[in-house]
Design a binder for this molecule. Structure first.
Ligand SMILES: Cc1cc2nc3c(=O)[nH]c(=O)nc-3n(C[C@H](O)[C@H](O)[C@H](O)COP(=O)(O)OP(=O)(O)OC[C@H]3O[C@@H](n4cnc5c(N)ncnc54)[C@H](O)[C@@H]3O)c2cc1C
Length: 607
């Protein structure tokens, strides 16, 4: 709850599409007509895209970057010259001042070719120093650092620690006031800091002295701009991962680092909020690169499945394969709509995009891995073979093996899928908690709960009736194949709100622990939002191909939603019971017959 609260951006006032769906509304005006990127803005991005395209072709061999672990210096220099590391920096400070939509298009192009290079760029400008500095820095801080970043200095974002991942509020890195009263002394360790080993400047979140607020001691987290060259800052380890071999992500140590007072970013105690707000927009890059990878997969399967023949026909003509291709195409279409929609919201700047950003991140991360998996299956043995080995045999060297490894990361970074679902569920329940909070509060007394029921009953009677009575209406020019999907959408948003209400009544305060129930409600909302956007995008494009893709996507989304309704709540409960048994060693018998791996990698005792 605390984390969700901290991420709120109070200045943005427009309602959120996702929040409205959770409440049982279909706020058509928020997403239809589809907010396509304005032509003038698009033209600004086009010029830079051409330059970046040239650098990618001439300087970057993505398989070599992945295999050797090095992005060549010349490639980085040429990318910098082309503006790739100052895309969103304001022009006033030497940046290109591009919109989020253009930034997404450029990172997507890079990500479609070389995932490691895209991470260098996004570690620097999606979450690194430029974004929080632009949002929260003083004029003096901006004058001091933004021109340096525009001139090519690299940045990083240091939040995660060895003991603190999804729950950053419990971080252990500390910043204490310097004994001479001049600034801060920073001590601690940060893990997996992307760009960290190469960064010149970074944002570091650290605990600062607790404060007493309304009689309660409150932990404080503050954000600091830290320069890598200062005494006491060091990289203790460069990490190596399943994919993205060319990224530089490491463990950093801060030992009695003196940070000047003027390097505190925003206010003392607002570091967690700053980090989470940074991630709200930072998160938009992953959907953009995921969508680009999905399109790359589509392009690969189109060529491969029409050329490769088995059993007397191109494999793409066998139904088991063609169904996969349809899934990839229709979901790539939906990912594109979702990503572009959230980028448009960010550019407009008047909406609280937390929900949509988290939803796009969650949904696209899950979809791209599914797409990579299906693409690997369609490529068969060649999907599992490395591009280098394929090249060595003189075969088509589509990098499906690399894409598969890389795609897996998205479900883990910048908020895991589980945490995104919890965050969205918390937001979905927020209006209900505000109205009948005592009912869901495990600490509330029976009297407080009874009073909450009496107070909320009249409101919820009307609320419920409104979510049963059907409503009508449909955007003009709705293509006939999409009409029934729109009607389904209209019905389903109400049903979702009712299902959430039942869950609250049924589970009461225990609902916050019923992550399976909450997760299914969130996934249903995400599918409904994606349906709405896909239909709107198809109308906006106005061609038959888009309608076909939207139609197929809606069919898949509906099948998923209907299937989720058949999952009994007890499945999660019984699953959790078994999980408890696993943790307590109840099923050790099942682990017989293996050579167990010990934590140090050595073979353990065989049972
Ligand atoms: C390649 C790479 C690059 C990264 N770059 C950066 C970076 O630049 N800066 C930075 O600060 N961090 C970075 N990270 C860290 C990344 O954001 C974290 O890995 C992520 O936040 C998850 O934390 P964790 O790995 O410690 O997992 P944990 O928090 O230990 O979680 C482990 C599992 O438990 C689940 N879980 C945890 N809590 C709950 C809960 N309450 N309910 C349900 N499920 C739960 C998680 O979803 C996950 O499945 C990077 C990580 C990687 C691998």
């Amino acid at each position: 709850m605390e984390v969700a609260e901290a991420a709120r951006e109070e200045t943005r006032t427009k309602p959120s599409f996702a929040a409205e769906v959770f409440l049982g509304h279909l706020p058509t005006s928020l997403f239809h007509p589809f907010p396509e990127q304005p032509a003038e803005d698009r033209a600004q991005g086009d010029a830079i895209l051409d330059d970046i395209d040239r650098v990618l072709r001439e300087e970057i061999d993505p398989d070599a970057v992945d295999a050797t672990g090095e992005l060549p210096d010349r490639a980085i220099e040429r990318l910098k010259e082309a503006g790739a590391f100052r895309l969103k920096l304001p022009a006033k400070y030497g940046g290109l001042g591009l919109s989020q939509s253009n930034y997404n298009r450029i990172v997507a192009l890079v990500g479609s070719w070389c995932g490691s290079t895209a991470i260098w760029m996004s570690g620097h400008q999606s979450i690194g120093v430029p974004t929080p500095l632009k949002l929260f820095g003083t004029d003096e801080q901006k004058e001091r650092y933004l021109p340096r970043l525009a001139a090519g200095e690299l940045s990083a974002f240091a939040l995660t620690e060895p003991e603190v991942g999804s729950d950053p509020a419990r971080m252990e890195t500390v910043a204490e006031r310097a004994p001479d009263g001049d600034g801060w002394i920073l001590n601690g360790e940060k893990l997996w800091c992307t760009n960290g080993p190469k960064a010149d400047i970074m944002i570091v979140m650290a605990r600062t002295p607790d404060r007493e607020i309304k009689g309660r001691k409150r932990k404080q987290i503050s954000a600091f701009i830290v320069e890598a060259g200062w005494p006491g800052v060091s990289t203790t380890y460069r990490c190596d991962f399943l994919g993205y071999g060319g990224i530089q992500s490491g463990q950093l140590k801060f030992e009695n680092v003196r940070v000047p007072a003027e390097n505190l970013l925003w206010n003392e105690g607002q570091g967690l909020k700053l980090a989470l707000i940074t991630l709200n927009t930072g998160r938009l890059t992953l959907p953009a690169t995921n969508t680009a990878v999905a399109k790359q997969c589509l392009s690969i399967v189109r060529r491969w499945a029409s050329k490769r023949e088995q059993w007397g026909a191109p494999i793409g003509r066998h139904e088991a394969v063609s169904v996969q291709i349809g899934w990839i195409a229709s979901h790539a279409f939906a990912m594109d709509a979702l990503t572009d929609y959230v980028a448009a919201l960010a550019d407009r700047g008047d909406s609280d995009i937390r929900l949509e950003a988290a939803m796009a991140k969650l949904w696209c991360s899950e979809a791209v891995f599914e797409i990579a998996d299906r693409t690997m299956q369609i490529r068969g043995g060649r999907g599992y073979e490395t591009p280098q080995s394929l090249k060595g045999r003189g075969e088509s060297a589509y990098p499906v093996e690399r894409i598969f490894r890389e795609s897996r990361l998205n479900r883990i970074v910048e908020g895991t899928s589980e945490i995104m679902r919890l965050f969205l569920a918390r937001e979905a329940l927020d209006p209900h908690l505000a109205r009948a909070g005592a009912l869901a509060d495990p600490k509330a007394s029976s009297l407080a709960k009874a009073w909450a029921v009496i107070k909320a009953a009249p409101y919820y009677t009307v609320w419920y009736l409104r979510r049963v009575i059907p409503f009508f209406g449909m955007p003009a020019n709705m293509p006939p194949p999409l009409r029934r999907h729109w009607r389904y959408l209209r019905r389903s948003v109400r049903r979702l709100a009712r299902r959430m209400f039942y869950a609250m009544v049924r589970h009461g305060p225990a609902l916050e622990h019923r992550q399976g129930v909450l997760g299914r409600l969130v996934d249903e909302c995400a599918d409904l939002v994606a349906m709405g956007l896909t239909i709107s995008r198809a109308i906006s494009k106005g061609d038959a191909a888009s309608v076909e893709l939207a139609d197929l996507f809606c069919r898949h989304a509906r099948a998923r939603i209907n299937m989720r309704h058949t999952v009994p709540d007890s499945l999660s409960r019984v699953g959790s019971d078994v999980a408890r048994g696993v943790l307590e060693g109840r099923y050790l018998d099942l682990e017989r017959g293996i050579l167990p791996v010990e934590a140090d990698g050595s073979p353990g005792e065989r049972s």
